[in-house]
Design a binder for this molecule. Sequence first.
Ligand SMILES: NC(=O)c1ccc[n+]([C@@H]2O[C@H](COP(=O)([O-])OP(=O)(O)OC[C@H]3O[C@@H](n4cnc5c(N)ncnc54)[C@H](O)[C@@H]3O)[C@@H](O)[C@H]2O)c1
Length: 240
Amino acid sequence: MNDPTDRAAFVTGAARGIGRAVALRLAAEGRTVFAADRDLPEPAPGVRPVAVDVTDCEALGAAIAEADDAVPLDVLVNNAGIGFAEPLATMTPERFDLLMAVNVRAVYFGIQAAAAVMAPRGRGSIVNLASTSAFAASGSPMTAYDTSKGAVRMMTTTVARELAPAGLRVNAVAPGTIDTDLTRSIAADQAALDELVARRIPLGRLGVPSDIAAAVAWLASDEAAYVTGQTLVVDGGRLT
Ligand SMILES: NC(=O)c1ccc[n+]([C@@H]2O[C@H](COP(=O)([O-])OP(=O)(O)OC[C@H]3O[C@@H](n4cnc5c(N)ncnc54)[C@H](O)[C@@H]3O)[C@@H](O)[C@H]2O)c1
């Protein structure tokens, strides 16, 4: 039941950061991993790069179906995400729509495409990347981003219920502050990150992508066979 070697995972946003760590982790467990990104990911043992912009829902659906034709998918990780610190006053409709297209719409239609190929086999695990900002506002003004992650959290709950009769599980991981390009693009500087760690993170360090990959791998695995609709917070205690 636990042998993943004849199965595959599709991971979005897998060129770097958390998505890259997830792809390498799932590949190390023996799965074929389709690593999808708008920037073509570097190949690695067991990792097959796929070029796709997730804002193009048709292209995303086609890439998922094509991957499944090559090796049956039993895992989808909706990791691709963008974020920017943007006060309400300066946000534009175009930037808002882009954020929602990547962080929300692509997750929804990625699930739709994966469910279409997984449901007939009656098994599959989908893991979405939410954020602690689905629970508590980000430190910098990021209302649009926080809203998108709140949507991912609720989508996870609702679609888990919808897909459970088909034998599919859907969960999310909510990272705290993880040391990636995304975090460094938002943080003012290293001193701001050091202060955040000192004041807000009880375990005393930023997270690293492998912290999140471990949680994703567990939710994806049969060890979590009775877990669905949950958002697992992995944040060094930040929300405590
Ligand atoms: N880093 C954190 O502290 C943190 C905290 C909470 C949640 N998250 C979430 O985790 C996920 C990964 O974050 P990260 O820090 O690794 O980000 P990152 O910016 O380091 O990497 C994101 C990846 O997604 C890809 N991507 C972006 N837009 C895309 C598109 N339209 N089509 C295809 N690929 C696209 C990028 O090319 C990049 O490879 C995101 O959903 C993010 O919101 C991150």
